[in-house]
Design a binder for this molecule. Structure first.
Ligand SMILES: Cc1cc2nc3c(=O)[nH]c(=O)nc-3n(C[C@H](O)[C@H](O)[C@H](O)COP(=O)(O)OP(=O)(O)OC[C@H]3O[C@@H](n4cnc5c(N)ncnc54)[C@H](O)[C@@H]3O)c2cc1C
Length: 493
């Protein structure tokens, strides 16, 4: 039997991975990540901020009510309570590790307001909150002695005998290595890159889901994908995000003629829930129209309060003081994922998951804005506490590494096609025929793709499309145009 070289392997260095790694002290941690600490994953791109009931008159119970309402009856109340109750302590934990949030004139935390939140409760660092969080926690991880960092290393397979975890097989600079450990924490983020249009970074290919599928780990709610309504439609891949907070500050969604068409879709218009706004924008575009964000009402403060949005407009050659900014929906956040309990435990002994790759039940069928960073830090800390309480004991090591297949040109073409199919048939507005056609095409790819990252993507895409086909009723972000209503098929358009 091999000796364990670490107590825990953490895969991913977004907020969930960084928080878990820090909180696992004094256990010996290998932190394996595809990119480079501080600039890696969706965390570094997060703009709006982190929701927490820290303001006067606010309470975790009020935050929980808003979260449950957004989740469309699909959230787990216990998970929501655990999340919202831990919000204030999570913000304090981040501050204690050097995260510098914006403050108001009185020196208190400055709080933003976002759609579907009953009050201002978004803690932020201008519109670069994620970058600030990643900066501070990465610096801390580099200082501590219990974490060894392995950058530009991609986890390929879980080492597992089917009964318990033995570590992770990774590839870095062409070489395969196994990190042998009894506990593994998957914090690999989302899967937006499965879709043609996404706000997610290149690393968000659903690798954690592929690893879990391969190991027979239980997944849930895979069909629940949130599409952001206001990605900047200027031909970039991934698409730059124009944060929800812009609408909270007075930005308007309009058609080419300046008509605020959202007012027809929902009484709250620009502050309607994200999925309502996304579908209204998608329908506007399907009907041959265009959609724009009118940033002129806040053009003066844009550079100061929303530097990321200002920079994205400038990169696209747009002047927000003068031009309407073209927008389109894009795959943004995955509510589904590896099924976990409130301690982050998966169905496989020795495997924990946290952050966007996990499905704790917090978000239900629709995530409330700015709850995901909170979830990442709260449930990473819970998972780390659970592992510590077990003394870092998990499974037995001893499995041989799998050999990765190098990506070839035909595989890149297959990936591009898969992204198109996922966008067209498994995107915002779904129907049975389209989902079945998507499954046929994905199955064809699976027949020819050799083992490796492209095949892994196809497998995750298949699981997501199959889950969307199974769920015949619309719920939250999952919309079936052919929804079965009282035994008949009705168009929900
Ligand atoms: C543009 C944008 C803006 C957002 N704004 C907000 C916001 O304001 N508030 C909010 O709450 N949420 C926001 N979100 C969502 C939020 O950023 C994410 O849900 C959250 O950061 C996820 O954190 P994570 O640690 O789970 O994953 P990530 O931060 O995505 O990190 C995943 C990590 O896993 C690594 N990884 C992936 N696969 C592998 C592999 N095979 N091997 C090794 N490493 C791997 C990646 O390299 C990365 O380090 C935003 C998302 C985007 C895309």
């Amino acid at each position: 039997m091999k000796r364990f070289e670490a107590d825990v392997v953490v895969v991913g260095s977004g907020l969930a991975g960084l928080a878990a790694a820090l909180e696992l002290a004094p256990l010996r941690v290998h932190l394996v990540t595809r990119g480079v600490l501080g600039a890696d994953g969706a965390t570094a791109w997060a703009q709006g901020g982190i929701a927490a009931a820290v303001g006067p008159g606010d309470s975790p119970a009020a935050h929980a009510r808003d979260t449950l309402a957004a989740g469309d009856g699909w959230s787990e109340p216990r998970a929501v309570e655990a999340l919202t109750a831990a919000g204030p302590a999570a913000i304090a934990w981040l501050q204690a590790r050097g995260v510098d949030f914006d403050r108001d004139g009185a020196g208190d935390l400055a709080l933003g307001r976002e759609a579907a939140h009953g009050r201002a409760r978004i803690v932020h660092a201008r519109d670069r909150t994620g970058a600030e969080v990643a900066r501070a926690l990465s610096a801390r991880v580099r200082e501590v002695a219990h974490v060894r960092v392995f950058e530009r290393a991609r986890a390929l397979r879980l080492a597992s005998d089917g009964a318990a975890i033995a570590g992770v097989h990774t590839v870095a600079r062409g070489g395969v290595r196994t990190h042998v450990a009894p506990c593994v924490v998957l914090a690999t983020g989302g899967c937006g890159q499965l879709f043609r249009h996404t706000t997610n970074p290149a690393e968000a290919t659903g690798d954690g889901l592929a690893l879990a599928l391969e190991a027979g780990v239980r997944l849930r709610d895979l069909e629940l994908v949130q599409f952001h309504p206001t990605a900047l439609a200027a031909g970039r891949d991934p698409m730059p995000l124009l944060s929800e907070a812009l609408r909270g500050h007075g930005a308007r969604v309009v058609d080419r003629g300046g008509c605020r068409f959202l007012a027809l879709a929902h009484p709250d218009a620009e502050l309607a829930p994200r999925d309502v706004v996304a579908r209204a924008v998608a329908r506007q575009m399907r009907a041959g129209g265009q959609a724009f964000l009118d940033l002129r009402p806040l053009a003066r403060e844009l550079g100061e309060r929303f530097p990321a949005a200002a920079a994205a407009c400038a990169d696209a050659g747009l002047d927000p003081a003068r031009d309407l900014v073209p927008i389109a929906p894009a795959a943004h956040y995955h509510m589904g994922g590896i099924a976990t309990d409130l301690a982050g435990r998966s169905s496989l002994p020795g495997l924990w998951a946290c952050g966007e790759v996990a499905a704790t039940g917090v978000h239900g069928a629709n995530r409330l804005a700015s709850n995901s960073l909170l979830e990442a830090v709260v449930f990473a800390r819970r998972a780390a506490a659970d592992i510590r309480a077990r003394g870092g004991r998990g499974g037995d090591p001893g499995l041989a590494p799998a050999r990765p297949a190098p990506a070839s040109r035909p595989q890149r073409a297959a990936v591009a096609r898969l992204r198109d199919v996922m966008w067209e048939e498994v995107g915002l507005l779904r129907q049975g025929d389209g989902l079945r056609a998507a499954l046929r095409e994905i199955d064809q790819s699976l027949r020819v793709l050799p083992p490796g990252p492209a095949r892994d993507r196809a497998r995750v895409s298949r699981a997501l499309a199959a889950a969307a086909l199974d769920r015949v009723h619309s719920r939250g972000a999952h919309v079936r145009l052919d929804e079965v209503v009282k035994g008949s098929v009705a168009c929900a358009c």
